[in-house]
Design a protein around this ligand. Structure first.
Ligand SMILES: Cc1ncc(COP(=O)(O)O)c(C=O)c1O
Length: 364
């Protein structure tokens, strides 16, 4: 619908509106000029894995062996698929929050597993509770798959809650797949890496990527850090499906890790301004919105209109030319909400919220 319309302001797509910083693009261009156009090791360039090992040490005090405990993937998406395919036997259960990133349930099913959704609520800031997880653990539970800061709500897990999940994982011997693609996009809060919690490095499959923090969605580059047995199992699947991640993207990722920190600072500062504007304006027009502390999504309630989230999103697009994603796309608990991505200009946010205000007045 969107592609056939003109004048639409999109709060729909979950990607940065910034282009990849120039020095990162330049590094990739130079590498091509120098003739780096071949396959790399299945694991990825050693230099990139070394940079990542240093990065994880610096930020989280984690010590991963660059040769055996890090695998370079084609985006976090591939990392997620590899993790699930490597660990699941048919019928194994994976616990996920509801709402969650759209790919989690289908990826689990494609890997032969069964997604077990745990409801999360606005009243709890969309945080998954260890006690709720425990009540759904069965003999078939293999892993807990979480991703904080989270898509679609922007929620961040407090360290204490993460610690409780870590204790549960140890008690029931479960793996935790931690999708930390939004780790660098937090506002006023330090990110806690799940693998850095006491005793969790061995039991965590840490998924990371460059798409969001470095504005590199099109490069398709990410990584997995985990213990060497798991990395070996995932590499088997990776080598027979992808072979390796593109060398140009790996070269760009090396430059991002080496010199990209100030870009992240600049972009997060801008996202933060947009975040504060969007949350304030949503609440002003009557769409109550809890304060997201990470990623670049706001998740307001649209209940006052009495519409389903799908109906709301469709009507909003047709009548006011604002695109946003119905909360129900992310699970049953997303019903009654709308995902609005604020990775767009302040003037777009202002205009979109003006149109949404008019819409809510009409139907609220
Ligand atoms: C939570 C989450 N995980 C993974 C991905 C996929 O990221 P990548 O571009 O690294 O494959 C996304 C993209 O929107 C996401 O929101």
């Amino acid at each position: 619908m969107l592609s056939s319309m003109e004048g639409v302001i999109s709060l729909g797509v979950g990607e940065p509106d910034f282009v990849t910083p120039w020095h990162i693009r330049e590094a990739a261009i130079y590498s091509v000029e120098k003739g780096y156009t071949m396959y790399t090791s299945n694991y990825g360039l050693l230099q990139l894995r070394q940079e990542l090992a240093q990065y994880l040490e610096l930020h989280y005090g984690l010590s991963y062996h660059p040769e055996h405990e890090i695998l370079i993937t084609v985006g976090t998406s591939e990392g997620l698929d590899l993790a699930l395919r490597a660990i699941l036997n048919p019928g194994d259960e994976v616990i996920i929050p509801d709402p969650c990133y759209v790919a989690y349930p289908p990826d689990i099913i494609l890997a032969g597993g069964v997604p077990i959704s745990i409801p999360t609520y606005k009243e709890n800031n969309f945080v998954i509770k260890a006690s709720d997880i425990e009540s759904r653990i069965t003999k078939r539970t293999k892993a807990i798959l979480i991703g904080y800061p989270t898509n679609p709500t922007g929620a961040v897990m407090p360290r204490e809650e993460l610690n409780e999940i870590a204790m549960l994982a140890q008690q029931y011997n479960l793996l935790v797949i931690s999708d930390e693609i939004y780790a660098r996009l937090t506002y006023g809060i330090e990110h806690t890496c799940f693998a850095s919690l006491t005793g969790m490095k061995e039991q965590t499959i840490l998924l990371g990527g460059f798409s969001k923090a470095y504005a590199m969605t099109g490069w398709r580059i990410g990584y997995i850090a985990a213990n060497c047995q798991l990395i070996e199992a995932m590499t088997k699947i990776h080598q027979y499906t992808m072979l390796c991640a593109p060398i140009m993207a790996q070269m760009a990722a090396i430059e991002a890790l080496k010199n990209g920190d100030s870009d992240i600072g600049r972009m997060t500062q801008e996202y933060d301004r947009r975040r504060r504007l969007m949350v304030k304006r949503l609440n002003d027009i009557g769409l109550s919105c809890f304060e997201p502390k990470g990623a670049f999504y706001a998740f307001p309630s649209i209940e006052i209109t009495g519409m389903s989230s799908e109906e709301f999103a469709e009507k909003l697009l047709l009548e006011e030319k604002v695109a946003a994603v119905p909360g129900s796309a992310f699970g049953q608990c997303g019903e009654g909400f709308l995902r609005c991505c604020y990775a767009t200009s302040l003037s777009n946010i202002e205009e979109a919220l003006k149109r949404m205000g008019r819409f809510v007045k009409k139907y609220g």
